[in-house]
Design a binder for this molecule. Structure first.
Ligand SMILES: C[S@@+](CC[C@H](N)C(=O)[O-])C[C@H]1O[C@@H](n2cnc3c(N)ncnc32)[C@H](O)[C@@H]1O
Length: 186
């Protein structure tokens, strides 16, 4: 997180209409679970706007950007690349190696998640192809589990800066305060 080298997420592929919520949720999950930025494809402007709006309201720092060339981001990344795929090595077998690269060696990490079929180049360019189980499921679920393993749970303690509002955790009910402490919700 902030005092560590960067963790970025790259969403590969976006089918307008069909992938709108998935791409948005990749961005929201990247933000909530400790990544510093997400790139989404340039046809996913609506997802970019939603993630930027949530960051404005609930805090950051977090960057969301469009890219017209996701594979150029992979090629130019100055750090290590983790591609999440059901065909990859088991996360529990490689997580400590990836954590060492990030936390001990200070390597920035780019986490790549797909939408539809991922080009084989990505498998070859990645430093690790990682499976969160070797069962088919979702890029959002895979990303959440992977980030939690990468940060060893520390992302759950993260403080948010420049938030307009914050949720007050409650056993029952919903309470949202504005950043100056005024009661703002139900
Ligand atoms: C719905 S899947 C489609 C994958 C596609 N069939 C392929 O061959 O790449 C979309 C994305 O979810 C992620 N994903 C799905 N299952 C996963 C798993 N078990 N572990 C890690 N990531 C997974 C991958 O990033 C994948 O690109």
């Amino acid at each position: 997180m902030h005092d560590e080298s960067e963790v970025a997420v790259l969403r590969l592929g976006h089918r307008p209409g069909r992938d709108e919520r998935m791409t948005t949720h990749v961005g929201l999950t990247a933000r909530a679970l400790g990544a510093d930025r997400v790139w989404v494809p340039d046809n996913a402007g609506q997802s970019r706007d939603t993630v930027a709006d949530i960051t404005d309201r609930f805090g950051g720092p977090f960057e969301v950007e469009l890219t017209d060339s996701p594979q150029r981001i992979i090629r130019n990344w100055e750090g290590r690349v983790v591609h999440l795929t059901m065909y990859g090595e088991r996360v529990q077998d490689v997580e400590s190696e990836i954590r060492d690269a990030h936390q001990r060696d200070g390597e920035p990490i780019l986490v790549v998640v797909g939408a539809e079929k991922v080009p084989f180049d990505v498998y070859e360019e990645a430093d690790w192809n990682v499976g969160v189980t070797n069962q088919p499921h979702s890029e959002v679920a895979g990303l959440a589990v992977f980030l939690d393993r990468l940060f060893d749970g520390r992302e759950l303690e993260r403080e948010w800066e420049d938030a307009d509002r914050r949720v007050v955790p409650m056993e029952t009910g919903k309470r949202v305060e504005s950043a100056d402490g005024a009661h703002d919700g139900e």
